[in-house]
Every structure is written in structure tokens, then in C-alpha cells.
Design a protein around this ligand. Structure first.
Ligand SMILES: C[S@@+](CC[C@H](N)C(=O)[O-])C[C@H]1O[C@@H](n2cnc3c(N)ncnc32)[C@H](O)[C@@H]1O
Length: 310
């Protein structure tokens, strides 16, 4: 059965999973490099920003003080939700929030001041219009949806010379579900699911990479980015004594449903057995039994000056 799922609730539920997964060493390297840029304010572009949880994370974890933040997403409902959610979150966390006449939000506390502009826009088109304007580019759980060389060619010119990139939660080819359910079929399901990421087409073009994480090293080098740091950022979702934390049970239902939708009516899968597999996985979540691991990588880097001017 295909369930009607709520993408905004999924993104909200994903926040606590991402908070645990984000590689702290890569995060520290990225924040230190950004804060050493010496620009005030720092201009950051985040593409595929969803409901704005990365802004919350940056405010929560600290390290950046004066920031002009552009957050864009192609889904208008995500941007509308981010505009409502961020002020509520910021006030609840002791920030002062001011709504500017141009629609921007200024969020401040002590010496921290973020001016956030939300845009409903397609990322590659948007970046092409703002060449050389940003000190930092963030893409979180985003680049693995694209043909990465094409995405980098469009996004990187938005950076100033020696601008910084922080690309986190890039899927890297391994999905683990425990305890086992119909293991022989499941191996086939996961192989086909990963293949579906590689064969995905958007606007008639191949778009997606099930091994985005490991391939980013070469893609970044070819695009003129020096990798400053890299590390694993695996999602590891498991039930504790009180079940799954926060809304992570919903996150798991969404993941199983995504796999089911991607392969529904696939000619290489036995339909009824596949439906039984999905139903058993959903039931495991309800009972607080399922453990889910997805291997991912975080990378940060710096655009090399010589290649920008070449
Ligand atoms: C997996 S979600 C991640 C969202 C957010 N970064 C997070 O982790 O919560 C990917 C996001 O990218 C957005 N997106 C996908 N393709 C896009 C494009 N071409 N331009 C702008 N946004 C896009 C989607 O609408 C979605 O919100």
C-alpha cells in the first residue's frame, strides 16, 4: 500500500536524525573556515533549504556571528513553512526576531545577527543569476539528487574567489535495515532502490547518484574545489527505552514508503511479496523494532583562486 505522506513533517522529523549524523569534525572545519573569511556580514547561499532547519542548527551551534543568509527551495510550501517556523523556533530559543519590510527576517541575540531571506526558486537557475556574490554555499541532503558535475558547474560560480562549500548528508550507496525481513528479497529491493536513484530523471535529464558521497571527491577536484575536510555522516535510527526519539518513527515510515513508491509495480519484483515486505517493515516501526542505517558523507572545501580566474 502507498501511504499519503507529509514531506514537511518528514523534514521536521529528519532534523534530530541529521543532528546526530552530521560529522562534527567537518562541521567545525567548515564553521572555522567560514568565520575566518573576514567578511562582515558573511554572505551564505543555501540551496534546497527545505523548511530551514540548517539555519536553526547554525544559530543553535554558534560560531557564525554576522550573516546574510539566502535560503532557497523550489517547493513553495517548504518556503512558506520555513517562514512561519523559523521565527517561532528563534523566539523559543531566546532570539529577538524582526520582520523586515522586504520580507527578510533578522534574528539576533548578543553578538549574533542573521538576516535571512527565503526564496522559492530553482537552485541552478538562481545561482546563475548571482555570480561571485557569496562567501559560502551550503547544500544539505541535496547534491545526491543531481547529476553532480552539472549542479556544481551551475552553483559554484555564485561563490566569490576562494569561497567555501559545505555539502552534508550525501548518500553513499549503503542502506541497512535490521532485523532481517525476507533477506533475499530485501537485497534485491535495496539494489533496485539504489539503481532507481541513478536512473532518476528530472526535466528529461539523469538526476541523482546513489554513490554521491564517495564521488564528490573527484567531482569537487574537477570543479576546482580543494577539499578541506570530509567524514561520515551516517543516519542511524534506533529505538531507545522509550521508543524512537522525537518524531523519528514518522521519519522511518517515510523512508520505507519512499522505497515502496520508488519500486511499486517494478517488473523485477514479486508484487505481493514486496507489499508484505513493506507492511512488515512498517509494523516493525510501530513496535519500535526497526533499526535503519544509511551511509552518507559530509565534505567541505574551498574554491581555488587560480581556477576561478582561469
Ligand atoms: C531531501 S530535501 C532536503 C531539505 C533540507 N536541506 C533538509 O535537509 O531538511 C531536498 C530539498 O531540495 C529541494 N529541491 C530539489 N530540487 C531542487 C532544485 N532544483 N532547486 C531548489 N530546490 C530543490 C526540495 O524541494 C527539497 O526541499
Amino acid at each position: 500500500m502507498i501511504q499519503e505522506m507529509d514531506f514537511i513533517r518528514y523534514l521536521a522529523a529528519k532534523k534530530s536524525v541529521d543532528d546526530r549524523a552530521i560529522n562534527s569534525h567537518v562541521w567545525e572545519t567548515a564553521i572555522q573556515a567560514l568565520s575566518a573569511q573576514g567578511q562582515a556580514p558573511l554572505r551564505i547561499l543555501e540551496v534546497g533549504a527545505g523548511i530551514g532547519t540548517m539555519i536553526e542548527r547554525l544559530l543553535e551551534r554558534g560560531g557564525l556571528r554576522r550573516v546574510e543568509y539566502t535560503a532557497l527551495d523550489e517547493q513553495p510550501e517548504n518556503i512558506a513553512h520555513a517562514r512561519q517556523r523559523l521565527p517561532v523556533w528563534a523566539k523559543a530559543h531566546g532570539f529577538h526576531v524582526q520582520q523586515e519590510v522586504d520580507g527578510a527576517l533578522t534574528i539576533s541575540r548578543d553578538d549574533i545577527r542573521f538576516r535571512v531571506c527565503f526564496h522559492h526558486a530553482e537552485a541552478l537557475e538562481f545561482a546563475r543569476q548571482f555570480a561571485g556574490q557569496y562567501d559560502g554555499l551550503i547544500a544539505h541532503a541535496f547534491l545526491d539528487l543531481f547529476d553532480i558535475p552539472t549542479a556544481l558547474a551551475a552553483l559554484l560560480p555564485a561563490l566569490k574567489p576562494e569561497g567555501l562549500v559545505y555539502f552534508s548528508i550525501n548518500f553513499d550507496g549503503v542502506t541497512i535495515l535490521e532485523p532481517a525481513v525476507d533477506p533475499e528479497l530485501e537485497d534485491q529491493i535495496l539494489a533496485l532502490y539504489h539503481r532507481s536513484m541513478d536512473e532518476r530523471q528530472i526535466r528529461g535529464r539523469i538526476s541523482g547518484d546513489s554513490r554521491a558521497g564517495r564521488r564528490l571527491f573527484a567531482h569537487l577536484r574537477q570543479a576546482g574545489v580543494q577539499v578541506l575536510d570530509a567524514g561520515a555522516s551516517d543516519w542511524v535510527v534506533f529505538p531507545g527505552a522509550q521508543g524512537y526519539p522525537e518524531d523519528e518513527g514518522y521519519f522511518l515510515h517515510f523512508i520505507i514508503n519512499t522505497i515502496f513508491q520508488a519500486l511499486h509495480a517494478h517488473p523485477e519484483l514479486p508484487g505481493e511479496r514486496f507489499e508484505r515486505w513493506a507492511a512488515r517493515r512498517h509494523a516493525q516501526i510501530e513496535r519500535g523494532e526497526l533499526v535503519y542505517i544509511a551511509h552518507q558523507l559530509d565534505l567541505c572545501g574551498r574554491l581555488e583562486k587560480k581556477l576561478v580566474s582561469a
